[in-house]
Design a binder for this molecule. Structure first.
Ligand code: ADP
Ligand code: MG
Length: 335
C-alpha cells in the first residue's frame, strides 16, 4: 500500500496509535498543540535538526528502521551534550507521495524504539507532501536544573579534553559505503560494525546527564562535525585554545584494522570524521577519577585526549611531537 491511499490524517492516526501515554504529557498528538509539564524547578532545553534525503542520508544505504532511530538519536545526542534529560519530541515529515507504507511503518518503529529507550515521548509533529525527496525534521525538548546545564562556553585553561567511545568509525563507515568494502582490507564483521556506527549511532544520554549532574564538566558538545571542528566550537565560545594528542584518540579495532595500510587517513579521519555522536567535553584535571567512575557506571568508555590552553588556536600533536593540521577540520554544509 502507498501513502496516497492512506492520506495525511490516516498516517497521523497510524503513528499516534503506536504512541503510549507518558509522564508529563497532558495532551499529546491530536490537538492543535501539545501540552506538557516540566518537573518542578527544571528549565526547558530545546533543539531541532533536519535530515534531508541525499544530503544527510541515502535511502539506498539507510534502511527505514535505522533511519527512524537515527532521526531521533541525533537530537537525543544534542540534549545529552547539554547534560540534560530528554523528555519530548516533535516529528515533522515531508514525504514523496509514492513512498511505501512499509517504509513509514518501519521508520516509525525505529523512531519509537529509540524514543522508548531514552524516555522520550512523541507529542506531535507535522506531515506534508514533498516533491523533492524525504525530509525529516525533529524537535526535541529536555529538562535540567538551572545550575547543571553544560554549555560550550565553560572551558578553562588547563582543563583536560575528553571524548567518549571511539572516533572516526562513522566517517569510515561512510567511505566504505561510498567506495565499496573491496577498497579496504576489512572483514565482513568490521564492515558491519563501521557502517552501523554511521547508520545507527548511540547517543550518550545517560553519560552526559550523569557528568553534568555531578558538576564535573566545564563545557560539552557532541561530535557531529568531527573532533577538531567540534572542539573548535568549544574553543571559540570559551575563548580558549587547545592541544589534542592524536595518539590518545580512542579508535576501534575495526577502524585501526581497516586503515592499517593508510596511517595518514587514520589520523585524518579520527580528527575530522563527523557523525560520531560521542560526547566531547572539558573538565578540571582534579575530576579525572570521578569522571572515569561515572562513565564506567554508565557503561561508556571515556578518554582524556588533550589539554585546554589559554591562547586561542586548536592544534593536533602527533606522537613524535610534530603538529598535524588537516586542511579541513570537519564537516560544514556550505564549504
Ligand atoms: P494543524 O493543522 O493544526 O497543523 P495537523 O493536522 O498538522 O494539525 O496535525 C494534527 C495533529 O497530529 C497535531 O497534534 C500534530 O502535532 C500531530 N502530527 C502531525 N504530524 C505528525 C507526525 N508526523 N508525527 C507525530 N504527530 C504528528
Ligand atoms: Mg500541521
Amino acid at each position: 500500500m502507498k501513502l496516497g491511499a492512506l492520506g495525511e490524517f490516516g498516517l497521523i492516526s497510524r503513528i499516534s496509535a503506536q504512541v503510549e501515554s507518558a509522564d508529563g504529557v497532558i495532551t499529546g498528538i491530536g490537538d492543535d498543540a501539545a501540552v506538557t509539564v516540566l518537573s518542578p524547578g527544571m528549565q526547558l532545553v530545546t533543539s531541532t535538526d533536519m535530515l534531508l534525503e541525499d544530503v544527510h542520508f541515502r535511502c539506498l544505504w539507510h534502511d527505514p528502521y535505522r533511519l527512524g532511530r537515527k532521526s531521533l538519536a541525533v537530537s537525543i545526542s544534542d540534549i545529552a551534550a547539554m547534560g540534560c534529560i530528554p523528555r519530548w519530541a516533535l516529528l515533522s515529515l515531508a514525504l514523496p507521495s509514492g513512498i511505501p507504507l512499509d517504509f513509514l511503518d518501519e521508520f516509525t518503529r525505529g523512531f519509537l524504539d529509540i524514543a522508548a529507550g531514552h524516555g522520550v515521548s512523541l507529542i506531535g509533529g507535522d506531515t506534508c507532501a514533498s516533491r523533492h525527496g524525504l525530509i525529516i525534521s525533529v524537535t526535541i525538548m529536555g529538562e535540567q536544573e538551572p545550575g547543571r546545564i553544560v554549555l560550550r562556553s565553560g572551558a578553562r585553561p588547563d582543563d583536560e579534553i575528553w571524548v567518549t567511545g571511539t572516533v572516526g568509525d562513522a566517517a569510515l563507515g561512510l567511505e566504505l559505503l561510498e567506495k565499496g568494502e573491496n577498497s579496504f582490507s576489512v572483514t565482513h564483521g568490521e564492515q558491519e560494525y563501521l557502517v552501523s556506527r554511521l547508520l545507527d549511532p548511540t547517543p550518550r544520554s545517560a553519560a552526559g546527564r550523569a557528568v553534568a549532574e555531578a558538576g564535573l564538566v566545564s563545557a560539552m558538545i557532541d561530535v557531529s562535525d568531527g573532533v577538531l571542528a567540534d572542539f573548535g566550537h568549544i574553543a571559540e565560545q570559551s575563548a580558549i585554545g587547545g592541544v589534542i594528542r592524536v595518539d590518545a584518540l580512542p579508535l576501534s579495532s575495526a577502524f585501526c584494522s581497516a586503515l592499517r595500510s593508510r596511517p595518514a587517513s587514520l589520523h585524518h579521519l579520527a580528527l575530522t570524521g563527523g557523525e560520531a555522536y560521542e560526547l566531547l567535553f572539558t573538565a578540571p584535571v582534579a575530576n579525572r577519577n570521578k569522571i572515569a567512575q561515572i562513565m564506567k557506571k554508565c557503561g561508556v568508555d571515556a578518554t582524556p585526549i588533550g589539554i585546554v590552553t589559554p591562547s586561542p588556536g586548536v592544534s593536533a600533536l602527533l606522537a613524535d611531537g610534530s603538529s598535524y593540521m588537516p586542511r579541513k577540520h570537519g564537516f560544514n554544509h556550505f564549504s
